[in-house]
Design a protein around this ligand. Structure first.
Ligand code: 4AD
Ligand code: MG
Length: 476
């Protein structure tokens, strides 16, 4: 018999029909009631096994074991579920060594502990919900761009350029570490390396996306990016996924509209399609919040927060306004910030969170950052001091989107690259777009895991990617 997904049985009004289900045993009560989960949804189906089932089989039905069940869907006699399966045939597909199985514990395991057994944490309600929501968000992102006629461009993962100019790259080489070929000056001779030059894992697909946008007009990338920054925080990964649209003829205002529309579309899609998982995660967050001191609790439950973001326009302010708000704030006057505030600083996450969580209480788009703290490709404003950058700051997260209008004027761009010691000759291909029919254009990068954090209400970025890569950690 063909397998039916548990989700479909639970969603179906009907009963008295035969099914086969397969899944993992979450619990087994009174040698009779199995709570079975197959990951298709949060809920388990209750399987009632026939009295008189072979003892040898009953013994093997334990938490964690996988089983195949044939039976009839019937209205449930017990409380807590509408239907259940009256089993007439049960096969154990895989036994579970219960002595060793770490999810056998009666107490709810901590998220920290589950990170150590990330290969098994998919089997918990929390991670089932997180990864179903993560999937929905990825799908919604593709749908958003597809509906608007964008072309999905696969930009390279191995690259010789440093798109952000921040030098936080992982090197890629096939040269032997203990016997690398050297140049006469003692440096490594990358001409002998696989690509005949030094290469890295990409930090961003933006520069290549810009090349595509100069012909296809509207493109986006959605791929893995890598940063060798030693930031051991709840918001940073060394490997994360980024969505980067790039649009010819857009200015910074179009760029802000596009980003706001994208975030709202994706949130709306999750609320409509993952209600059960989000309600579960909302409850999880509420329980977690109860453990915190009152002044550290967030004021809004998860679903209300998502609906609030959906229904309110993002605040739009300039960097200069942001700095003034911070300097005028009670937090600053009472010396509550660990980092000082003055025009020119790269705002720390405490500053960003003050703006969104305390001052505006909604997502904020900050534009017009000092050029000194931003990348070389951002369009220079007429004041000579700022660039047409935009960061979107989200409650509980801080920066979720970073983007800009691009410098499309060849002279201004080459001058800025010179000032920032970016080798123009190696980037001839990037500069060519400014030589051959340059146009105003803009784009941004949305950190996918930060988006998943925001929507699921999880608080550590390691808990929204299946296998997190962080400093000193690349297990699994
Ligand atoms: O602000 P970033 O560095 O911007 C860029 O890379 C541009 N090239 C994007 C563009 O304009 N096309 O990164 C963009 C976003 C950040 O706002 C943040 O959400 C996320 O990527 N991000 C990270 N997420 C997890 N771990 C990290 N280490 C991250 N670094 C950036
Ligand atoms: Mg940024």
């Amino acid at each position: 018999m063909k397998r039916t997904k548990i989700k479909d049985i639970l969603a179906n009004e009907a009963s008295d029909y035969r099914v086969n289900v397969k899944g993992w045993v979450r619990s087994f009560r009174n040698n009779q009631f199995i709570a079975l989960n197959d990951g298709s949804c949060l809920g388990n189906i209750q399987v009632v096994i026939e009295l008189g089932t072979d003892d040898a089989i009953v013994k093997r039905i334990t938490t964690g074991a996988s089983v195949s069940v044939d039976g009839t869907v019937i209205p449930s006699l017990g409380k807590g579920q509408r239907v259940e399966i009256k089993a007439d045939n049960i096969t154990v597909l895989g036994d579970c060594d219960t002595e060793q199985f770490p999810l056998q514990l009666k107490n709810r395991p901590s998220l920290e502990y589950l990170r150590e057994i990330a290969h098994l944490r998919f089997r918990t309600n929390t991670f089932g919900a997180v990864f179903r929501v993560r999937h929905t968000l990825a799908y919604a992102i593709h749908k958003f761009f597809n509906d608007r006629g964008f072309v999905y461009l696969h930009t390279p993962i191995l690259t010789a350029s440093d798109a952000e100019g921040a030098g936080e790259m992982f090197k890629v080489t096939t040269l032997p570490f203990d016997n690398a070929p050297h140049n006469e000056d003692g440096s490594i001779n990358f001409k002998e390396d696989f690509f005949g030059r030094a290469t890295n894992l990409t930090v961003s697909g933006q520069l290549e996306a810009e090349l595509g946008a100069m012909a296809l007009s509207e493109v986006y990338t959605f791929g893995p990016t890598f940063r060798a920054e030693n930031s051991n925080t709840a918001r940073h990964l060394a490997e994360f996924w980024m969505i980067e649209p790039e649009v010819a003829f857009n200015d910074i205002y179009d760029n802000m509209d596009l980003a706001e529309d994208l975030l709202k579309f994706v949130i709306d899609h999750a609320l409509k399609n993952n209600r059960e998982d989000l309600e579960f995660l909302a409850q999880r967050l509420a329980d977690e919040e109860k453990q915190k001191p009152t002044n550290e609790r967030s004021d809004m439950p998860l679903i209300e927060k998502l609906e609030f973001v959906l229904n309110n326009k993002f605040e739009r302010i300039t960097y200069t306004e942001a700095i003034n708000i911070l300097i005028e704030s009670p937090a600053y006057k009472k010396k509550k910030f660990s980092y000082d505030v003055s025009w020119g600083i790269d705002m720390q996450s405490e500053h960003e969170r003050y703006l969104v969580e305390k001052h505006f209480k909604k997502p904020v788009i900050v534009t017009g950052y000092p050029k000194e703290i931003k990348a070389f490709y951002m369009r220079q404003n007429d004041d000579g001091k700022t660039v047409a950058a935009m960061d979107i700051l989200a409650p509980g997260i801080g920066e979720i989107v970073g983007g800009s209008q691009r410098e499309e004027r060849l002279d201004k761009l080459t001058q800025r690259m010179q000032e920032m010691h970016i080798p123009a000759d190696e980037m001839f291909w990037y500069l060519d777009t400014r030589r051959f029919g340059t146009v105003p254009h803009a784009g941004f990068g949305l950190g996918f895991e930060r988006m998943v954090l925001f929507v699921t209400g999880m608080t550590n970025i390691r808990d929204v990617i299946p296998f997190p890569r962080t400093p000193k950690n690349a297990e699994f």
